[in-house]
Design a protein around this ligand. Structure first.
Ligand code: M6R
Length: 613
């Protein structure tokens, strides 16, 4: 959480920092701040709330001719989201400033020690400790002081530091929090928590590793080990995202744009990986040859939030087609149970960002236990992709809305590819079935493309009746149970309506007590293998006067006898229903939240990339 940006070069720094922070605001928006060097002094602005407050606050300083500075957008951990706690933080002299993403775990003892040595603190944050600790070691060499300070620190950090006495230098350092450098031959050097912040200026990036520090100047950057001071070399990576991909392109919200980008995201994820003639899937990037595959007896899928829902769907696919037992773990729980994991287990971590702290900790543990680790990830060069043995990239493009949409359906496409790949290698499906399933996968993008406007129109007719409800239940069975969970998560996170997802058959074991004539229940009822079972569950709800919304197959007239509120979708290959039925759930959440006037792209208390445990 938190986004940091830094720049040193030939451009005016304030617009560069704002442009970067706007693209990182998804990481936190409790407060924001900027500091730059002007006339040998630091000029600092900080504000509570969103970046727009800061933009209004800086006024004419926006036009400062300064070319060196750092900025921050905060998701509060230590200390309330006040101006005093907003970054950048300074040392006692006011000559040094720092922005930080992460948590300094031993900040309390360091703070006491520094207080005793006369340092004066003005915030409740862990970050301010770093500013004073660097000051403590600072004589005439900023790099040395930062290294000595970081040597004392426990926890995670991505940080940027500037100092009036070295006005042409910006220091960047990382440990367990993401940080990427931007390279430009004429404009200078950039640093940011995530790639979209750099895209208006460059697509040439260098990923910092844990324990590394970079010295940035107008002429370029030099990497060092924090522990030894030894110089390091790292090649650039050219990113194939453009700045416009991270803009709204006329849509009211990023979330809506990203919902409509799903056909492309799915197509890009499948592209070049599946052969329709033979039904074969090629995934050389995961490095699973026949010998490695032969060893795999079980699969663990580890993820958080929406990515965990993708994992739940994948369990059905992998077990059904590849006949390999699958366990699905919420990453934040995974480490705290007795794990029976060894080299016979393949661990697959699913993450849009590739930076989620819990998932990252999970794959580190799995690796230590001897498991091979593969990630399914959307962000090139993210920490998980660098630590895993192999990565299946989803090519969904940058996802900016805090609520994950296109990343989810792209994950589903990637997981289906994985299931087919494993099935083929294990010889558990024949040619005909392979062809059938490959065709179904390749066909789902165009179906979503065609249906999106129709679904949006149908959802529009429901909003007046449901936008002001207090609670909402979502039910589904089999592969669509995780989609009920996902629908409920989408609704609660962006509209703040209390929503829960249940396996339809589980209702009668307790949740049915919630049903009365006020309670809306969305049921996913495609004509699939469990259709009649879900219909029975729906009848049970109707008998108790619940307010039903049904998502079902076009032409299914029975649904209209149960409620007027039916969203019809085409009948497609059953295996692809989780992808198709996600779309109305996303649009329902979106339209309700927009109607309630909620901040759809930046819901309260949330951050896109959860880099703290
Ligand atoms: O980047 P990741 O996929 O690892 O993120 C996992 C969750 O934090 C994320 O899916 C979260 O639940 C979203 N807000 C859901 O919309």
């Amino acid at each position: 959480m938190c986004g940091i940006v830094g720049y040193v070069g030939s451009k005016r720094v304030v617009p560069v920092i704002f442009e970067g922070l706007k693209r990182l605001e998804y990481r936190g928006y409790d407060s924001a701040g900027i500091v730059y060097l002007e006339n040998e002094a630091l000029v600092k602005f900080r504000c509570e709330g969103k970046l727009i407050n800061l933009e209004n606050h800086v006024g004419e300083a926006y036009l400062s001719s300064s070319c060196v500075g750092i900025g921050h957008t905060r998701w509060a951990t230590h200390g309330a989201p006040t101006t005093d706690n907003a970054h950048p933080h300074s040392d006692c002299s006011g000559k040094l400033a720092i922005v930080h993403n992460g948590i300094i775990e031993n900040y309390h003892s360091l703070r006491e020690e520094l207080r005793e040595r006369g340092h004066k603190f003005t915030s409740e944050t862990d970050t301010e400790v770093l500013a004073h600790l660097i000051e403590e070691y600072l004589e005439d060499d900023l790099v040395k002081a930062v290294r000595l300070a970081l040597d004392r620190v426990e926890g995670s950090y991505a940080l940027g530091v500037i100092w009036t006495e070295e006005p042409h230098t910006l220091i960047a350092a990382r440990n367990h929090s993401p940080l990427v450098l931007g390279v430009h031959d004429e404009a200078g050097s950039f640093m940011a928590s995530d790639i979209p912040a750099l895209l208006p200026y460059t697509n040439r990036v260098v990923f910092l590793e844990d324990g590394e520090l970079a010295v940035l100047t107008e002429k370029g950057h030099t990497l060092f080990s924090i522990a030894t001071g030894e110089k390091k070399e790292r090649g650039e990576v050219v990113i194939d995202w453009s700045a416009s991909m991270a803009e709204k392109a006329g849509f009211r919200h990023f979330m809506l744009k990203e919902i409509f980008e799903q056909p492309q995201a799915i197509a890009n994820t499948i592209s070049g990986r599946v052969n329709l003639e033979t039904g074969e899937v090629t995934l050389p990037e995961i490095g699973l040859d026949d010998q490695a595959l032969g060893k795999i007896k079980r699969i663990f899928l580890v993820a958080c939030g929406t990515s965990w829902h993708a994992a739940l769907v994948a369990k059905y696919w992998i077990e059904k087609w590849a006949r390999i037992p699958v366990e699905v773990d919420i990453a934040s729980e995974y480490r705290y149970r007795t794990l029976i994991v060894d080299e016979s287990v393949l661990t697959v971590a699913i993450s849009q960002s590739g930076e989620t702290a819990d998932t990252l900790a999970g794959i580190r543990l799995a690796g230590k236990l001897g498991s091979r680790v593969v990630t399914i990830c959307n962000v090139v060069g993210s920490t998980m992709t660098r630590e895993a043995d192999g990565t299946i990239y989803t090519h969904a493009g940058p996802e900016i809305g805090v609520a994950s949409t296109k990343a989810f359906t792209a994950q589903l496409a990637a997981l289906f590819l994985l299931a087919l790949f494993l099935a083929e290698k294990k010889g558990t499906i024949d040619l005909e079935k392979r062809q059938e399933l490959a065709k179904a996968l390749v066909g789902i993008g165009p179906v979503v493309e065609k249906e999106l406007p129709l679904i949006q129109e149908q959802i529009g007719t429901l909003i007046d009746s449901f936008y002001d409800c207090r609670d909402f239940l979502f039910i589904g069975r089999g592969m669509n149970f995780p989609i009920a969970l996902e629908g409920a998560l989408k609704l609660k996170e962006i509209s703040y309506i209390h929503a829960e997802g249940y396996a339809a058959g589980e209702l009668k074991h307790g949740p049915i007590a919630l049903i009365d004539k006020e309670m809306p229940i969305l049921a996913i009822v495609p004509r699939d293998g469990v259709y009649s079972k879900v219909i029975s569950n729906v009848e049970e709800i109707k008998a108790r006067q619940g307010r039903l919304v049904l998502l079902g197959s076009r032409g299914d007239t029975q649904l209209r006898t149960l409620t007027d509120d039916v969203i019809y979708l085409p009948e497609i290959h059953e295996e692809m229903n989780p992808i198709l039925y996600t779309i109305p759930a996303q649009l329902l959440a979106y339209e309700i939240a927009a109607r309630r006037g909620c901040d759809v792209d930046q819901p309260r208390n949330l951050a896109k990339s959860v880099t703290v445990e």
